[in-house]
Design a protein. Structure first.
Length: 118
């Protein structure tokens, strides 16, 4: 099992910045991808950003150039730096990690609320 603890959400004005953190613990061997998803009220959950072993990244078009995902392998933490936030970025953000051993599996954090409003 993998445990994920998220932090960093909150209320911010449009144009502001927030940084989300997600620390993984437990059976973390064979994690090959870590990422962030979000779900706004009445909408489907969507991928925001993902980072793979080796450092390659994947971003949603709506956040490209504004958000940056990074990973600290020393403490098994993934970060999402969110700049130039817009009201449409308001959502619950959840961390996800993917493992390949002993069998392919995904693990999810509890979610953290990000609200962009003046």
């Amino acid at each position: 099992q993998v445990q994920l603890v998220e932090s960093g959400g909150g209320l911010v004005q449009p144009g502001g910045s927030l940084r989300l953190s997600c620390a993984a613990s437990g059976s973390i061997f064979s994690i090959y991808a870590m990422g962030w998803y979000r779900q706004a009220p009445g909408k489907q959950r969507e991928l925001v950003a993902q980072i793979f072993n080796g450092g390659s990244t994947n971003y949603a078009a709506s956040v490209e150039g504004r958000f940056t995902i990074s990973r600290d392998n020393t403490n098994n933490t993934v970060y999402l730096q969110m700049n130039s936030l817009k009201p449409e970025d308001t959502a619950v953000y959840s961390c996800e990690v993917r493992k390949v051993l002993p069998s392919p599996a995904s693990y999810w954090g509890q979610g953290t609320q990000v609200t962009v409003s003046s």
